[in-house]
Design a protein around this ligand. Structure first.
Ligand code: NDP
Length: 327
């Protein structure tokens, strides 16, 4: 028997999450059984622990969109018992039971070997949010980062914290946008050189173009803030759009694209091919300072997850939550 956080839906459509004991034969069919060590709390997990918002495809459900652990059994030649592995994406924790359990059973194609130089705990301190932050930085690099500071929105959150630390470590000036002034010391400790109050960028303007200010942007917020930021990018600069914590509707004009050659790059961490995942994890091990990563971590247990899921949807989590599923 092992423990898992299970979300159930009652006859009225209300969902309830709690820690339960379950057995291996309850796990979905797939090639690789993993003894999970750590998982994390991402924005999507908040949605899946709660009412689901259309993300959860089957109840009862074990959420947890990422995990790291040790292979316990495998019918696929690529993995053998004892191998350390990491999983992000592939709709695990949404359409397929995920990492909020001491055991998980998943497709071999969805796993990558634990990146060299990282422990399973460090890999999950990074987790989906940090992996996505790295994909965003790589996309900006591919399109060329201009001279001005790189703007990071939602900076005190998971994606924003990791993006700030990676960009600062690569030598870029980072301007961190936050709605929580109390996180200023934290963001500066990650390497931000400028703090931009969220309210400054949430104000709408009738001007489609403003001064050319930002050399690049990692945007976790979307909505009206992204629309405003597009008009402040340097000529030919790029915005890597990662998330929608501030809204899905983009009230923008085409002017920044037409007159400033701004690039809007969509980042999707879920369906990344194997080689890209390996490349991004190798860059994380190389470019993310582990002491800064540690400063982002808040530890948690399976029992803490219902509360933490609600907190992340309210934008109240700072940095990354690492769930020790065996604690
Ligand atoms: P977090 O909740 O940890 O961070 C989001 C941050 O956004 C908050 O901490 C807050 O930062 C800011 N924020 C929250 N609400 C608002 C608002 N109404 N207006 C402006 N800013 C706001 O989430 P994650 O970092 O894990 O994820 C961020 C986004 O990225 C989510 O939408 C998530 O779904 C998405 N995502 C996408 C992925 C992909 O593959 N494309 C993968 C992973 C995440 P502060 O307090 O500093 O202002």
């Amino acid at each position: 028997m092992f423990k898992a956080l299970v979300v159930e839906k009652d006859a009225d459509g209300k969902t309830h999450a709690g820690v339960q004991e379950m057995s291996l034969d309850q796990l979905p069919e797939a090639e690789v059984t993993v003894s999970v060590e750590y998982s994390t709390v991402n924005y999507k997990d908040g949605l899946c622990i709660g009412p689901g918002g259309g993300l959860v495809r089957n109840y009862p459900h074990v959420p947890g969109i990422d995990f790291a652990g040790t292979v316990a059994a495998s019918s696929d030649a690529r993995y053998k018992p004892g191998d350390k592995v990491v999983l992000t994406g592939w709709r695990v924790g949404e359409a397929h039971w995920g990492g909020y359990a001491q055991k998980a059973r998943v497709r071999a194609d969805w796993l990558v070997p634990l990146p060299e130089g990282l422990t399973t705990r460090q890999a999950m301190a990074v987790g989906t949010a940090g992996f996505t932050a790295m994909l965003a930085v790589m996309a900006l690099e591919d399109h060329g980062i201009k001279a001005g500071p790189v703007l990071v929105t939602g900076a005190a959150g998971g994606v924003g914290s990791v993006a700030t630390a990676i960009l600062a470590n690569l030598g870029y000036k980072v301007a961190a946008v936050t709605g929580r002034p109390e996180t200023e010391d934290y963001l500066r400790s990650l390497g931000a050189t400028q703090i931009v109050p969220r309210a400054e960028l949430n104000e709408t303007t009738k001007r489609p173009l403003e001064g050319e200010t930002w050399g690049g942007c990692v945007d976790a917020v979307g909505g009206a803030m992204l629309a405003r930021v597009l008009g402040q990018m340097e000529y030919g600069a790029s915005v890597a759009a990662v998330g929608l914590a501030g809204g899905a509707v983009l009230p923008a004009t085409v002017i920044p694209f037409l007159l400033r050659g701004v690039n809007l790059l969509g980042i999707d961490s879920v369906m990344q091919p194997y080689d890209n995942r390996l490349r991004a994890w190798a860059r994380i091990a190389r470019d993310l300072p582990m002491d800064k990563l540690e400063a982002m971590v808040q530890p948690a247990t399976l029992a803490d997850l219902p509360q933490l899921g609600a907190d992340i949807l309210k934008g109240q989590i700072k940095g990354r939550v690492v769930v020790d599923v065996n604690a």
